[in-house]
Design a protein around this ligand. Sequence first.
Ligand SMILES: NC(=O)c1ccc[n+]([C@@H]2O[C@H](COP(=O)([O-])OP(=O)(O)OC[C@H]3O[C@@H](n4cnc5c(N)ncnc54)[C@H](OP(=O)(O)O)[C@@H]3O)[C@@H](O)[C@H]2O)c1
Length: 381
Amino acid sequence: MMSDNPVKPENTGRRQFMRTASMATAGIAASLTSGIQPSQASPVNAPASCNTTVGDNHRMLGKLKVSPIGLGCMSMSSGSYNPPRTAKEMVPVIRGAFERGVTFFDTAEVYGPFTNETIVGEALQPIRDKVVLASKMGFKFDENGQRAGRDARPESIRKAVDGMLKRLRTEYIDLLYLHRVDPNVPVEDVAGTVAELVKEGKARHFGLSEVSPATLRKAHKEFTVTAVQSEYSIMERSVENQVLATCEELGVGFVPWGSVTRGFLADKFNEYSRFSDDSRFASVPYFTPEAMVKNRELLDMIRQRAVERNMSPAQFAIAWLLSVKPFIVPIPGTTKLHHLEEDIGAVHTRFSDAEMADFRRQFAGIELVGMRPDDAAETDK
Ligand SMILES: NC(=O)c1ccc[n+]([C@@H]2O[C@H](COP(=O)([O-])OP(=O)(O)OC[C@H]3O[C@@H](n4cnc5c(N)ncnc54)[C@H](OP(=O)(O)O)[C@@H]3O)[C@@H](O)[C@H]2O)c1
């Protein structure tokens, strides 16, 4: 597993200051940058000390109304980024997110596998009708319950969804994604199967994950796609090659995963961080020791830009995504309520077009290492 305590030789005190300042001044940042006022809405059952909420802001993914920032639940149980957490530890984080105005929750059958949906289902049961629950299918599992390739045949999707509904303790999934395209099953057949599930009341909307624009068009022709979910951040921008434009043209929402680049843009790692071979991070090209040394330049730039606006780097990264297009809804993943509060603090900031152009000019001069090539966006992953 990765080291829990990557060496942080500098900036820790400064970063803490930035975060504290950011919490205190999120409202000021809002009025300076966007004219969007912090919401006056009270959080539901929030402790008195909590002053960071999403408020009553919302965004639309197609025709689906969601909070402008959702919660990615993957790392709560999968052991992907940290040792798996228990339901006892994670249910309060998910409910705490709701209490702070988050109404959009992201999980998948393969996270765990299965255990993530169990935690999310338990957490959301008492508030099920007040939230938008997204989950993903499309993998097969061996006799030990471990992932064993892709399987999006209609009968497999149906079987998967029945299991998902049980674990999620619900009669319907608001947004049912195909997690990865199965090369052996035309995406039109997947769309047709989801259309039937929608008719039967087991799903409400259809989503696709890590698809090419061509696949998105084919699926959308068969049955309306509500959202595409793919990796996107200031650092990993390959979906800017046609994917976002196709979503915009078709009226499809976009849900970026990795909005804080799996922790890197949240200042969780630096060039001294090292991961053991069995850690998922070890296989990520932008987390090699060489890449982290090079990519630190972008992080330093973001730190500087963020502090100018009394934001933390994570907030800057999320606010940047919110500023790219109004149909983008980031779902930063976290296992910690204080990180969630920090992340949703980004909701009140929108950068102007001039600021975005200025940031882009600066990013363009930084050579990043380990990113997907631009043409990766043209293929299904
Ligand atoms: N469709 C797909 O193929 C796909 C792939 C991957 C993920 N996803 C979904 O997208 C969600 C988000 O993606 P992701 O989790 O891969 O990447 P992410 O949101 O960029 O990063 C999550 C990591 O960042 C850390 N983090 C978040 N906020 C932080 C903060 N303010 N300060 C310090 N660290 C912070 C978290 O650690 P802590 O727990 O310590 O806060 C966690 O390890 C997932 O939960 C999952 O639901 C989808």
